[in-house]
Design a protein around this ligand. Structure first.
Ligand code: PHB
Length: 399
């Protein structure tokens, strides 16, 4: 197999095989990329890492934050991880698996990345699982929360520095059941992430005695006008709303919720992506009062977070986001894993990922659980106007 893989790789490097799918399929059977010195993944002391984030589509701002978080860690460590000089190749995930899957395949088969970091969209992460599993190249998911990729469809090669969708939703369930007297309306973007966040919320919320007043799944990436849905919420008699939207969809939903006159009557809850970073700046005062669950806030009052926020602001002239932190931590994970890897293959790196221990993150210390997911705290946040600046104030830890 080794000789065959070497032939396939050299064919791929020559112009003979240019079709990505051909290259990807052929190489999926090979024993992954190696960490060098002269194999795939870099040469000499260098290691090549792929960064797959959306630089176009509704989630482009999230991808930019991830790229910036990853770069900040690298800059702070002299461009080296685990004692190796890092070459980063960036690819655009776009909005859906149709763009994200081929972009990831290119990073592995053409750029010969030793590992890939990134992926915002849950559907794209699900579409990539088999490719990374078969290629034996580690994928560090630094956002997409698809429950199955650290569950039923887990792999020794897939690790996640972010969250599982169901867990972020579930974290808020008991608090909403406690605070709201009456039914809660569920509304979300209609794809894996939204369905799983609402699913996790519903389970924990109803188990704590909460009642669902209605639900709606809005077409992902296509909905700009939420008025018909807001009318349905109003006439449902719901006493509160729980939702998942992110990026441009979150901006529109929260602004229209306020404009339609619901914000003052029916409290809005959601997972923290609803009011995160640039999204919150664009929503402005319309978001004040929205309560969310998340594993990060710029307002966390710890020395590690203060140092991170200061360094990030200094470099980029804006505040970091949960997306920046998840990618910053992916670099920290790779720093440890590359130092620990005892051999040069993707299998060796995957094994080392299981030995990284606790990551001392701006979000607080966390570690991988047995399913390769981040085991971490979740916080109840409330959007408040803090002397002009609008921030996600940390109300308390969620149990
Ligand atoms: C996802 O698709 O998993 C996803 C996307 C954007 C977010 C959170 C989750 O902000």
């Amino acid at each position: 197999m080794g000789a065959l893989c070497a032939v396939l790789r050299s064919l791929r490097r020559s112009a003979t095989i240019s079709g990505l799918a051909v290259g990807a399929l052929a190489l999926a059977g090979c024993a992954g990329s190696s960490l060098g010195p002269s194999g795939a993944g870099g040469s000499g002391d260098e290691v090549t890492l792929g960064l797959l984030v959306p630089l176009s589509g509704v989630y482009a701002p999230l991808g930019e934050d991830m790229r910036d978080g990853f770069r900040l860690y690298l800059d702070q460590h002299g461009g080296r991880l685990g004692g190796r000089t890092v070459k980063v190749v960036t690819a655009d995930e776009g909005e859906t698996p149709q763009t994200g899957v081929p972009a990831a395949q290119k990073l592995v088969t053409q750029d010969r990345a030793a590992a890939v970091v990134g992926v915002v969209n849950s559907a794209t992460a699900l579409g990539l699982r088999d490719f990374f599993h078969e290629s034996k190249v580690p994928l560090l998911v630094a956002n997409a929360g698809a429950d199955a990729i650290t569950g039923d469809r887990g792999s020794p090669y897939v690790w996640r520095t972010s969250f599982a969708n169901g867990k972020v939703g579930a974290a808020l369930g008991p608090a909403v059941a406690d605070e709201v007297d009456g039914g809660v309306y569920l509304i979300t973007a209609d794809y894996a992430a939204g369905r799983e966040m609402v699913g996790g919320f519903r389970k924990a919320f109803t188990a704590a005695g909460g009642k669902v007043a209605g639900e709606k799944y809005t077409p992902f990436g296509k909905t700009q006008d939420y008025q018909p849905y807001l009318s349905a919420i109003r006439s449902s008699g719901a006493k509160a709303v729980f939702s998942f939207y992110a990026g441009a969809e979150a901006v529109n939903f929260v602004k229209q919720y306020k404009q339609f006159g619901l914000a003052d009557k029916i409290p809005l809850y959601g997972t923290g992506f609803l009011t995160e970073g640039g999204v919150l700046s664009a929503q402005g005062a319309a978001a004040v009062g929205v309560k969310t669950s998340l594993h990060y806030s710029t307002e966390l009052d710890t020395p590690a977070n203060k140092a991170f926020v200061d360094a990030y602001r200094k470099k980029y002239n804006e505040a970091p986001t949960v997306y920046s932190v998840q990618a910053y931590d992916a670099a920290a994970v790779l720093d440890k894993a590359l130092a620990k890897a005892t051999g040069a293959t993707g299998e060796d790196l995957a094994k080392a990922l299981g030995q990284v221990g606790t990551i001392d993150s701006p979000r607080g210390p966390w570690s991988f659980d047995a399913q390769h997911d981040a085991q971490q705290k979740y916080y109840l946040r409330e959007v408040r106007s803090d002397g002009g600046a609008i921030v996600n104030a940390v109300v308390r830890e969620l149990g």
